[in-house]
Design a protein around this ligand. Structure first.
Ligand code: SAJ
Length: 415
């Protein structure tokens, strides 16, 4: 009989994972507390956007290999892929692992000796041990289980290919658990699968995202310094990156999403006295969005004096990064919201969504016609089309994401 895999959480990680696993000789049980999501999936459709996913889910459901439920079912391997947001309101945001622990509790009555239990959700160090404790408290025979942590590392927009192609770090609560969990990943991962202990694997994920956050903070800090000194930061970075050992990332209106803007706090919360660098990186990236608003407001106030009325502001992009529909922790959305709260009429262009509760969405043409000041907040592909870019440039748009930058840097060639 085919091995049974139970995936708890059918969001951006769990659902693609279910679809990829269903291509193998496995029986996939998807579990989500969202009844609507469960129904949608069982009809072979999806409730999130990810290129290539819908077709894979349709195939998986129609072949009978994938079925979604609201409650966990007995399996051989359990994968916990639920969100780990943070508790708001504290000085240093603290991770909220309630969903992880609830998922562990929900499978406690089902697990049997030899089963593999893997946590994939980004979690503070020590969470896998907490999963084991919760299972034990709920009566599970923990010593007979293989409990491990294996962080997801996929990039939204490229999830399907990265799920199989990326290297995986598998941290077991003991060596046997690491081996059993790693063997599971070897079924479908073409990248390297490396075994380690759970605490190292947990920290590894946090370290990766903090590394990226810090590198972006460097680019964002440079962008503010360059602006004051009259230097084009994108040109500067392209030139600096011609050095063989320099690779500066790109500045933008801030750092968004549910990963890079969140995970560094998990490290800071665990060792506040030892993490000034990581904390400062977070603060620089958060500060960047406020700086952008200050720049826009200064320009808008000058324009208001010319027009004799407040200008209408056209914002190009609301998502947290280019070419996705995800607005979570989006700096562009935060900036547009801040401008609206200051009393400006905000016209929003977001080609990847069809409606938004707070903003009237317009096409590029309408926004160009109706807006007085044009603000490029996300480098979506449609804005980078030559004709659109030209019109935005002619309209004197403020570019906060390098849409107008020449990729090679340097002076434009003579005409
Ligand atoms: N950004 C910049 N400048 C850059 C690169 C990104 O401002 O040069 C901004 C983006 O616009 C966005 C934010 O940073 O607002 C994050 O975008 P991202 O593409 O860097 O990362 P995510 O959040 O989509 O995915 C990250 C990835 N982690 C790393 O690259 C180390 C991904 O591999 C993880 O799986 C994911 O976090 C996660 O789930 O943790």
């Amino acid at each position: 009989m085919a091995q049974r895999i139970c995936i708890l959480g059918l969001g951006y990680i769990g659902l693609p994972l279910a679809a990829v696993l269903a291509r193998h000789d496995l029986q996939i049980i998807g579990v989500d507390i969202n009844q609507q999501a469960v129904q949608t999936i069982n009809q072979g459709r999806i409730h999130i956007y990810e290129p290539g996913l819908e077709e894979m889910v349709r195939t998986a459901v129609s072949s009978g290999r994938l079925r979604a439920y609201e409650k966990p079912q007995t399996a051989d391997t359990y994968l916990i892929c639920v969100p780990t947001p943070f508790h708001a309101g504290t000085v240093i945001p603290q991770a909220n692992i309630d969903y992880v622990l609830a998922a562990a509790r929900s499978i406690a009555p089902l697990v049997k000796a030899g089963d593999v239990i893997i946590l994939e959700s980004t979690s503070p160090v020590g969470t896998t041990e907490r999963v084991a404790e919760v299972l034990a408290e709920a009566g599970a025979e923990v010593a007979a289980l293989h409990i491990a942590y294996c962080p997801e590392r996929v990039l939204p927009g490229r999830i399907i290919e990265e799920l199989t192609g990326n290297n995986r770090i598998v941290g077991g609560l003991n060596k046997a658990a690491a081996r059993a969990a790693a063997d599971f990943y070897r079924i479908f991962v073409t990248g390297e699968v490396v075994e380690t202990d759970a605490r190292t694997a947990e920290m590894c994920k946090l370290a990766e995202n903090s590394f990226r956050d810090l590198n972006i903070a460097y680019a964002n800090e440079l962008s503010m310094i360059c602006d004051r000194q009259g230097i084009d930061v994108w040109n500067l970075i392209a030139l600096a990156n011609k050095h063989p050992r320099v690779n500066i990332l790109q500045p933008g209106p801030g750092v968004g999403g549910h990963c890079i803007a969140v995970d560094p706090w998990f490290i800071v919360a665990s060792a506040p006295d030892l993490s000034p660098l990581i904390r400062t990186g977070r603060e620089v990236n958060n500060r960047k969005a406020h700086w952008v608003v200050e720049k826009i407001v200064a320009r808008a106030e000058a324009l208001a004096r010319e027009l004799g009325r407040p200008p209408r502001l056209s914002c190009y992009g609301l998502a947290f990064k280019p070419d996705i529909d995800d607005l979570r922790e989006s700096p562009a959305l935060e900036i547009a919201g801040d401008l609206a709260r200051r009393g400006y009429e905000v016209l929003a262009v977001e080609p990847n969504i069809t409606s938004h509760g707070d903003f009237r969405l317009l096409g590029v043409d309408e926004a160009l016609q109706q807006g007085d000041l044009h603000l490029i907040l996300v480098k979506h592909r449609p804005f980078a089309e030559a004709a659109v870019k030209k019109r935005l440039r002619e309209a004197g748009a403020m570019d906060f994401c390098g849409l107008f930058a020449s990729p090679g840097g340097g002076l434009a060639p003579p005409p």
